[in-house]
Design a protein around this ligand. Structure first.
Ligand code: CO
Length: 609
């Protein structure tokens, strides 16, 4: 569905300013396309969420974009809107002017607070009575270095101002004791650069093989539409494959719906360190403007998108989404020695991607479409691993010493992807496939038999699953109403890649708020408001919302309109080689046709002999 235009964003903001009954100091957390209206192909509506600092209240509702009417506008009780960049900047200034904070810096030998960077992180909800009902952020502090290109190189460990963002003041300074500030490491950018790299250019003299019409894309039988929201960033709609002149739907909507990064150090205030980057800050607002030859190489088509600032003013992110083709090695090959015949085809993939810069870290979200009908989903992570200070000579109990006086703690990056499935139509069923060794008996005298066990996940209670590499487990979304030429239901299988489970106790404050991360695969019956895995308002939420809450209904899933949620957990104990800047790490999984086609759909890719 087409993302909101600048005109639509302005109309929505003006409508809320006029009819929303808000104080002048209120700001806009979100102005995005209303997904449920878009899915119903109804007239377009904008979803709008605002925060009013003077009353510490969050409001949300819809604006009908046809006639500018405000609908369903209400105060959402006991929630906090996402934290916005203006609040980060304001908190930093508050701390730099606070006498108690200045005193805490002096105890550490820091006389000039203007050299101190204070990043305010969402404070979570740890049930502390004095923190309830306030809009909070917890500060993490660094002494900026002289080169200025690594503000995180000199952590001021154990010093955490707690901000009331609505009141614009520090309500408490948590000081767990002084740790020596690490020495200034100098600039990240080195003068000495290797000089043995010859130019590598990627040219497509005849242009790319895709065609683009606005946000609609056609490439190698694939059809889809690119979309965007300020919360999730890149969204894909109406992914389908043209098969013998017929456009066959696969997914209605695909996105990275939520993510959380829990850290594993229990000491000081480090237990509070975790980030729901989507629900607490927003991925879409943080998208980079990509640069040709730097972020992207080759023949690139860029999509610009309209975000907005906190006054509701449209803000264009140029080159927010990148699309290009990549050579991907061999697609298929066979040899017939008796005829001295070898046939090979080259694989090519379509790449649609975006990068989000959030504080010290950068996440890339990459979607790959292949000529064999597969879809790859990959997250790339780079940036500066979150550092804290440690006394020289001490070893790190919960992390790695990455530089003199700096440790970086063990953590996980947990991504929750949401797939509104439509394999050859909206009515789908999910099965789980496991393989097992048959017993040694009369039917299996040589002990080689492999049994395929396919089980239907009939309802939401049974459809909460974990990966099992030992049984080669995968999940298959089938359409029981459509069969292939072998009489089997057509389907796509979800093939996990490397993954992990969380180590946070399920009853911990973070565990309750991120219940989605305890299962790798969830299936729900489609419901218009079930978009975000930890609920709509994870910031300071006490927990229990989102997937674990919705599946209590135990709705039936057989031959239903279903949504598949996949949790991908990248477990990360930082290495010295992740410092000062972490080389990109990759985490991925795939959707692969499984009986969707009657044969390899790429037999018509031109041969090379
Ligand atoms: Co990491």
């Amino acid at each position: 569905m087409l993302p909101l235009t600048d005109i639509e964003i302005s109309l929505a903001a003006d409508t809320v300013r006029r009819d929303g009954g808000l104080d002048d100091g209120a700001w806009f957390e979100t102005i995005s396309l209303s997904e449920s209206h878009a899915r119903d192909r109804a007239p377009r509506h904008a979803y709008v969420c605002c925060y009013e600092p003077c009353s510490n209240r969050t409001f949300a509702g819809l604006v009908a974009l046809e006639d500018g009417k405000l609908l369903d506008w209400r105060h959402i009780e006991d929630v906090q809107a996402r934290i916005i960049p203006d609040e980060f900047a304001a908190a930093c200034e508050i701390a730099r002017n606070d006498p108690d904070f200045i005193a805490a810096l002096k105890r550490r030998g820091i006389d000039d607070p203007s050299w101190v960077l204070i990043e305010s992180w969402a404070a979570g909800n740890f049930g502390i009575p004095s923190e309830q009902g306030r809009r909070l952020a917890l500060g993490h502090c660094w002494l900026m270095n002289e080169a200025g290109d690594n503000p995180y190189a000199r952590p001021i460990a154990n010093l955490h101002p707690l901000f009331d963002l609505a009141a614009g003041k520090i309500i408490r300074i948590d000081d767990y004791g002084t740790v020596p500030i690490p020495p200034d490491p100098g600039p990240i950018r080195r003068d000495e650069q290797r000089d043995d790299l010859k130019e590598l250019s990627i040219t497509q003299p005849d242009g790319p093989s895709f065609t683009v019409d606005g946000f609609n894309i056609r490439w190698q039988n694939w059809n889809m539409q690119v979309g965007y929201s300020v919360r999730e960033g890149l969204v894909l709609y109406d992914i389908g494959y043209e098969d013998q002149g017929r456009l066959r739907p696969i997914m209605r909507r695909a996105s990275m719906a939520e993510m959380v990064v829990p850290y594993g150090d229990p000491r000081g205030a480090n237990y509070r360190r975790n980030a729901f980057d989507t629900g607490e800050y927003g991925i879409g607002v943080a998208l980079d403007s990509l640069k040709l030859g730097c972020d992207c190489l080759g023949y690139i088509h860029y999509f610009d998108v309209w975000s907005h600032d906190w006054h509701g003013k449209p803000r264009l992110i140029e080159n927010a989404i990148c699309m290009h083709e990549e050579d991907f090695g061999i697609l298929w090959k066979y040899s017939v020695p008796s005829r001295a015949q070898t046939t090979v085809t080259r694989s090519r993939r379509l790449v649609i991607s975006s990068l989000a810069s959030i504080g010290n870290y950068i996440y890339g979200f990459f979607w790959y479409f292949y000529q064999d009908g597969s879809i790859g989903v990959e997250v790339k992570a780079t940036g500066i691993p979150f550092p804290t200070g440690i006394a020289r000579g001490q070893d790190s109990a919960y992390g790695t010493i990455v530089a003199p006086g700096i440790e970086s703690h063990v953590h996980q990056h947990v991504f929750s992807f949401r797939f509104d499935m439509a394999v050859d139509g909206d009515r789908n069923t999910v099965t789980e496939v496991n393989f097992e060794a048959a017993p040694l008996d009369a039917d299996n005298p040589h002990g080689n038999a492999i049994l395929t066990r396919e089980t239907t996940l009939a309802s939401e209670t049974s459809a909460q699953r974990e990966i099992d590499f030992a049984s080669a487990r995968y999940w298959k979304v089938i359409n029981p109403n459509v069969t292939n030429s072998f009489g089997k239901p057509v389907g796509y299988k979800l093939v996990p890649g490397a993954n992990a489970l969380p180590f946070q106790h399920p009853d911990s404050a973070l565990g309750r708020r991120a219940g989605f991360m305890y299962k790798h695969m969830w299936v729900t019956q489609y419901a218009p408001d079930e978009l975000f895995s930890a609920g709509w308002f994870p910031n300071q939420h006490p927990g229990g919302d989102g997937l674990p809450n919705w599946v209590k209904a135990d709705r039936p899933l057989e031959n239903q309109d279903i949504v598949v949620w996949y949790t991908m957990n990248y477990h990360h104990l930082p290495r010295p080689e992740d410092w000062p800047v972490q080389p990109v790490v990759y985490a991925n999984f795939h959707w692969v046709p499984s009986g969707f086609f009657d044969e390899n759909p790429a037999m018509d890719v031109p041969r090379r002999e």
